[in-house]
Design a protein around this ligand. Structure first.
Ligand SMILES: *Cc1c(COP(=O)(O)O)cnc(C)c1O
Length: 226
């Protein structure tokens, strides 16, 4: 059996071990720095969702892989001047962290007659070097986003801080889930969030326990990036 198949099977096994339904969880295979032949292997094994974090690399993979059945997720920091290059290619942008970016996505989506699904990237841990929207700005931003006709806010995304203590990571994911539940409870017009994108190779088991329904896994599928 191939390593990639073994790795993917292991992830499915862990989803079940964490008492989650396979049908409730979207596995995004993160393909940054991964050779296209391995990406094709993952696709042949049934992977339908691929994630990229750099615009140039994403476009080159998108053009070479040319598979209409793939859902491409943009998960990295996105500069406003590059939105126009990806808007017609992505199913979900995970990393929206400013109104400036949201407005540009709305504008470019409008140009091609699309309603773009997005997630807000939240910085729960308030680390200064982390990208993401501070918790206290979330409510305002949601109100503003709800007015944009070519954006549909579908949920939240978070990247756990690098810490040793598993308990701290759990607290981070728990907080993100509480914000998620809270926003849905307030039921702002036009906002009905369903996705909570949290969990990478090293912490997806904790994320699954804390309510994640999109996990973004690179190393855990394709091995170490060189
Ligand atoms: C690289 C990356 C991942 C995947 O990381 P792994 O540790 O390789 O699983 C997930 N999310 C984002 C935003 C990334 O940039």
């Amino acid at each position: 059996m191939s390593t990639i198949k073994k790795n993917i099977d292991k992830i499915y096994e862990n989803i079940i071990k964490n008492d989650r339904e396979l049908s409730d969880i979207t596995l995004v295979a993160v393909t940054k720095n991964v050779d296209e032949k391995f990406i094709k292997e993952a696709i042949d094994l049934g992977v339908k969702n691929l994630g990229e974090n750099r615009v140039q690399e994403f476009i080159s993979k998108y053009n070479n892989i040319k598979d209409k059945s793939i859902n491409w997720h943009f998960i990295g920091n996105l500069q406003t001047n590059k939105v126009k290059y990806i808007i017609d290619k992505v199913c979900l942008i995970h990393s929206v962290n400013s109104m400036r970016l949201a407005n540009e996505i709305n504008k470019q989506a409008n140009k091609i007659g699309k309603i773009q699904d997005i997630l807000l990237e939240i910085n729960v841990s308030q680390e200064k070097n982390k990208i993401g929207l501070p918790k206290e700005d979330v409510d305002n931003m949601i109100k503003e986003i709800s007015k944009l006709p070519n954006i549909r806010l579908k949920g939240l995304m978070g990247i756990a801080p690098y810490v040793e203590n598993t308990q701290d990571i759990a607290v981070f994911f728990k907080t993100l889930n509480e914000i998620f539940i809270d926003i849905n409870r307030k039921s702002t017009d036009n906002i009905n969030m369903s996705y909570l994108s949290m969990g990478m190779t090293n912490d997806y088991n904790i994320a699954l326990q804390e309510g994640s329904n999109i996990i973004r896994i690179g190393t855990g599928i394709f091995g170490d990036r060189s």
